[in-house]
Design a binder for this molecule. Structure first.
Ligand code: ADP
Ligand code: MG
Length: 414
């Protein structure tokens, strides 16, 4: 998918659900690999997430040009060449070539109607032109695919990449002949990457509560991204808020009056619930702090704080177990779940090989209890013997490096 021979200076731009990152990386070929890298992260002003396409891309181009201007001496763009960039875009896209694709729909916190149906690379190129920035996107990359490419650069056992951040998605390496809807030429490697867009997975077997239904109905994209809304960082905090509100109304959890802030959508964020969930103090001091600063509840009995922790635990555990079930589903599909042992025809050469799942995203990275539930569930579903050959590994910023590598392998100058 990406070669280890790439050399030179390349860039990546990663537009996620909350932040966007810009990255430069000096590649040193098979020996040097990644010689140097630097990145900057900027949070996207919320008005730009629901404004116009031009404003969003103008802002990105501005930040990108600042990043380029701040370049140190030890990065060496090749003389006479435009800088080349891998563009990681974590929204559903109909990809029409390696560096073009139009937006199918926005997800997470984005709703920019005039961006839907437009080529996102063209939009970025236009904005860079308006800024006078000489840069070219040579690869448009989904974040999961970037994570897979970045992780496989170091470790060929990586077959699956999963994003658990603001949203969630996964991709995996599939044998080309198993892809029945693909009629093009067979790739030389014999395999292809499938971007699942699993955030939009839904099944009537998924037990959805009234809180999930209300959250969906009041979201920017009702009826869409059902799996994502039960699993990912943008939503877990708000599920907890909804249950707390119900308990406050029906059972006077916080006294006779319902705290006004509990009515405000998204006021309780996933980092808040992870802080409360992981409070190790005997009197649950952190829980008290969050309840006070976010919900304006000034004093709570210990019993109430314990109940809040229990609720965070339930919501995080459910999300983590659903994500784990998705991962095991992929392993089943590619015969890395032990099914090879009983049915040889189903296997690729993967039998007995180690399989690594590369994970990226702030939810997985910063929420240890979520991570633990996910890993335990994967191991539990696979059984001890198979689980010994499967590992789930954080591949931090794999998606950025992956996009830069893909930009290098599709450079217009080679
Ligand atoms: P993006 O999804 O925008 O690319 P990240 O991968 O950095 O960005 O993920 C950011 C998300 O990670 C936040 O929206 C939040 O839901 C989650 N997150 C960040 N910090 C924490 C934390 N301490 N505990 C739990 N979740 C967190
Ligand atoms: Mg991301």
């Amino acid at each position: 998918m990406v070669s280890r021979d790439e050399e030179g200076l390349y860039y990546a731009l990663d537009l996620g659900g909350t932040n966007f990152r810009v990255l430069r990386v000096q590649l040193g070929g098979p020996e040097g690999r990644v010689l140097r890298q630097e990145y900057e992260e900027v949070s996207i002003p919320s008005h730009l997430m629901v404004g116009s396409n031009e404003d969003l891309f103008d802002y990105i181009a501005l930040e990108l040009s600042r990043f380029v201007e701040s370049e140190g001496e030890n990065y060496h763009p090749k003389p006479g060449r435009d800088r080349e960039l891998g563009f990681t875009f974590s929204f559903p896209v109909k990809q029409t070539s390696i560096n073009s694709g139009y937006l199918i729909k926005w997800t997470k916190g984005f709703a920019i109607p005039d961006g839907v149906g437009k080529d996102v690379v063209q939009a970025l190129h236009d904005a860079m032109k308006r800024r006078g920035l000489a840069m070219r996107v040579t690869a448009l990359v989904n974040d999961t695919v970037g994570a897979l490419a970045g992780a496989r650069y170091w470790n060929e056992d990586v077959m699956v990449a999963v994003i658990l951040g603001t949203g969630t998605n996964a991709c995996y390496v599939e044998r080309a002949e198993a892809i029945t809807k693909y009629h093009g030429e067979s790739p030389r490697s014999g395999s292809m990457v499938i971007n699942m867009e699993w955030g939009n997975f839904w099944s009537s077997h998924l037990p959805r509560t009234i809180y999930d239904e209300d959250l969906d109905a009041e979201s920017l994209n009702p009826g869409e991204q059902g799996f994502e809304k039960m699993v990912s960082g943008m939503y877990l905090g708000d599920i907890v808020r909804r249950v707390l509100l119900k308990m406050a109304e029906d059972s006077f959890l916080f006294g006779t009056e319902v705290p006004a802030n509990l009515y405000k959508p998204n006021i309780l964020r996933t980092p808040d619930i992870s802080k409360m969930h992981q409070d190790e103090s005997a009197d649950l001091r952190e829980v008290a702090k969050v309840l006070k600063s976010i919900l304006g509840v000034s004093s709570t009995p210990l019993k109430v704080r314990m109940l809040v922790v229990e609720l965070c635990d339930l919501v995080a555990e459910r999300g983590a177990r659903l994500a784990a079930a998705g991962i095991v589903g992929i392993l089943k599909k590619i015969g890395r779940d032990g099914s090879c042992l009983s049915n040889r025809s189903k296997c690729d050469q993967g039998e007995g090989r180690h399989t690594t799942i590369a994970m990226d995203g702030g939810l997985y990275e910063h929420y240890p209890k979520f991570r633990k539930y996910l890993q335990e569930t994967v191991a539990h579903l696979l059984g001890e013997e198979i689980a010994a050959n499967v590992s789930v590994e954080l591949s931090k910023d794999g998606s950025g490096i992956g996009a830069a590598l893909l930009a290098a392998s599709h450079s217009q100058y080679v």
